[in-house]
Design a protein around this ligand. Structure first.
Ligand code: ADP
Length: 659
């Protein structure tokens, strides 16, 4: 019996496995790199062991070290998650040799599927339909060229050892062939150290539909229906769903049976995924089999109500599968959106940084699988996936509505994410109509691009209102640092609000018309805004229209999460060297509502530009305030523990005369 599992992985999948292990009363061991010492998977596990420095080759890929640790900690089984060692046949074998259960298939099954060309030969023999193509050993360029001509263009060159879309090239005409072959070989050599190529007929409008299979060590096998993963960028999935929309029951069954044939052909055991290309004419073709738990397994869990990690552990315990085919039912519809730290407006370039603010959606039928919390770092060392957002509904339409609303409620500040891009996909007409093909992202590039629509007047008014009410603006008739909070009935306060969105600058005039009300001039029109700000949520009525949105000040940015996505507002920076008032006034204001953690200086003390002078905590984050110039402290108005409103003067500095 498995009583203790080592999870040879990190991030969300390590947390995911630990959650089920805990439920089953199994003890867990986390392994981690130096970069992950404080991460969630380490906190959740019963024990944790440091592997080494951040790069995966020095930590999560150290098979020998992981095995040694497993032995010394009396671990019964190793769960490899996905990526890293999950499809490493030698590691699976080493585990078996050391009497530790590898929670995955046998070394032979992994090897059989490790090469795309060898896998195709096995599938061909087993009678599983293949994309027409050549997957033999003859690698002579002229021979391959002739094969391509015979099957007719377009064709797809694929590295036999490939994965992650690497070593793949489309060839659309005869004269492109050799250049494409050489490029694909170079990429394959660099990525996998193996130039072996296969050629397939390139299907122009296929869907990527895959079947979740499960087999035990007693000859039983079932399929847990299909997932449609057609929406991909750079051949990598971004939104997956189950079941595949518009899938005739007869094809579902045929595909399921074919997938099981594929699994039985290699005496498979455990969780596996058989990927198919599903063509517009209803034909489907085997693409490859992934011999591990997939990233997108939660959508299958949502529609079947099964816990696939629990199934994996049951199979590793040598028990029969928990259910037979006729006991499995498909209920409702599920989506998974992968939230990545990346910039969709810049070719999906991975982004890094600190998750200064992280507020994931919650609610019924919403599941967020993640390994990070607010304050964590997205580093260069690992996959930049922040989380998987999974939703379930009674049907596709309802699930999609939940996906859209949950994406709206997913708020991240500090790292560029693809959330707004995912929203554009989920709200696009072709996605709503389930017109899914693997070229969805390229085909609808224009539709999905961030729009450069002018910021609407009501959004400008909302931004101005938030800045005014949190004292982030400059009164037109006062010095830059005088007290802004007073409302005097007979002295309407005139204020100018300046900010920028991207390249566009805004300078708006505003007049206070009540304690929580402003009239803001945009173009020729006055917009009356009233409402309240409360702990980073704004409830504002703009011209009788109610807007509720969350906002976060971070550094010199105001981030507002609106119904049309995130608006990043750049706030003006007070440059004290140029400021005409700099010589006479030096009020240091609290950046937002919060609590004073510490005032680090006292009256009369001299401070140098850049010295930390106070610490304020807001939204569970500490903000250190620094002296903007060399100065003497005139007076401190607050002490540690005091609550402070954003914009209130914390302390007064007098600049030192420069020589
Ligand atoms: P990798 O293992 O590198 O991820 P796959 O063989 O799984 O490569 O293919 C990745 C993606 O490439 C598929 O999901 C599909 O979008 C596309 N693809 C693969 N083969 C074909 C083909 N013959 N015709 C059209 N698209 C294909």
């Amino acid at each position: 019996m498995i009583n203790k599992i080592l999870i040879a992985n990190r991030g969300e999948i390590a947390c995911r496995v630990i959650r089920t292990a805990k439920k089953m009363g199994i003890r867990t061991v986390a392994v981690y790199s130096e970069a992950d010492a404080h991460s969630q998977h380490v906190k959740m596990a019963d024990e944790g062991v440091l592997l080494g420095p951040a790069p995966a080759s020095d930590s999560y890929l150290k098979a020998d070290l992981i095995l040694e640790l497993a032995k010394s900690l009396n671990v019964d089984a190793i769960h490899p998650g996905y990526g890293f060692l999950s499809e490493n046949a030698e590691f699976s074998k080493a585990c078996a040799d050391n009497n530790i259960a590898f929670i995955g298939p046998s070394p032979d099954a992994i090897s059989a599927m490790g090469s795309k060309s060898a896998a195709k030969s096995i599938m061909e023999k087993a009678g599983v339909p293949l994309v027409p193509g050549y997957h033999g050993d003859n690698q002579d360029p002229e021979f391959l060229h002739q094969q391509a001509r015979d099957m007719g263009y377009p064709v797809l060159l694929k590295a036999a050892a490939g994965g992650g879309g690497k070593g793949m090239r489309q060839v659309w005409s005869d004269d492109e062939f050799h250049a494409a072959l050489n490029a694909a070989k170079r990429e394959a050599q660099a990525s996998f150290g193996d130039q072996h190529m296969l050629i397939e007929k390139y299907l122009t409008e296929p869907r990527h539909v895959e079947i979740q299979v499960f087999c035990d060590n007693h000859g039983n096998g079932v399929y847990l229906f299909e997932r449609d993963c057609s929406v991909q960028r750079r051949h990598q999935k971004i939104i997956e769903e189950a079941p595949a929309p518009n899938m005739p029951q007869s094809i579902r069954e045929q595909m399921g049976e074919s997938a099981l044939k594929a699994a039985h052909a290699i005496s498979y055991s455990g969780a596996g995924t058989v990927e198919f290309l599903f063509d517009s004419d209803g034909q489907f073709y085997f693409m490859e089999m992934n011999t591990r738990l997939q990233v997108e397994h939660p959508v299958t869990e949502m529609i079947t109500g099964e816990d696939l990690v629990a199934w994996q552990i049951q199979v590793a315990n040598n028990l029969p599968l928990p259910k037979q085919q006729h006991e499995l039912t498909l209920s409702g519809h599920a989506f998974e959106a992968r939230v990545y730290a990346e910039d969709p407006d810049n070719d999906f370039l991975p982004a890094t940084g600190t998750l200064h603010y992280l507020n994931p959606p919650t609610g019924e039928d919403i599941r967020v699988d993640t390994g990070v919390v607010q304050g964590d770092e997205v580093s260069i060392y690992y996959d930049p996936m922040i989380a998987k957002l999974i939703v379930h509904g009674n049907d596709r339409q309802q699930a999609l509505a939940k996906l859209v609303s949950a994406l709206h409620d997913y708020h991240i500040v500090g790292v560029t994410t693809n959330i707004d891009y995912l929203l554009r996909v989920a709200q696009s007409e072709p996605f709503i109509q389930a017109q899914l093909t693997t070229d969805f992202v390229d085909r609808h590039n224009d539709l999905l691009a961030a729009s450069n629509i002018q910021t609407s007047a009501s959004h400008q008014a909302l931004i101005a209102f938030i800045m005014l009410q949190s004292n982030q603006s400059t009164p037109a008739n006062a010095t830059a640092f005088s007290d802004l909070s007073g409302f005097r009935v007979n002295h309407p306060q005139q204020t100018q609000v300046s900010f920028a969105i991207g390249e566009q600058e805004f300078n708006l005039n505003a007049q206070r018309v009540g304690p929580n009300a402003w009239s803001i001039k945009i173009g020729d029109e006055q917009h009356v805004c009233k409402g309240s700000l409360n702990d980073s949520s704004a409830s504002v009525q703009v011209n009788m229209h109610n807007i509720h949105s969350r906002y976060v000040f971070a550094e010199n940015e105001l981030n507002i999460f609106t119904g049309s996505g995130l608006i990043k507002v750049t706030l003006p920076i007070h440059d004290f060297d140029d400021d005409e008032h700099a010589q006479t006034a030096g009020a240091i204001a609290a950046p937002m509502n919060g609590t004073v953690v510490d005032i680090l200086v006292h009256s009369g003390q001299t401070v140098a530009k850049g010295d930390a002078i106070a610490i304020v905590e807001a939204m569970k984050m500490e903000h250190s305030l620094k002296a903007p110039f060399d100065a003497t402290v005139v007076e401190c108005f607050f002490k540690a523990g005091d609550r402070v409103d954003g914009g209130a003067t914390l302390l007064e500095l007098a600049p030192l005369e420069s020589e």
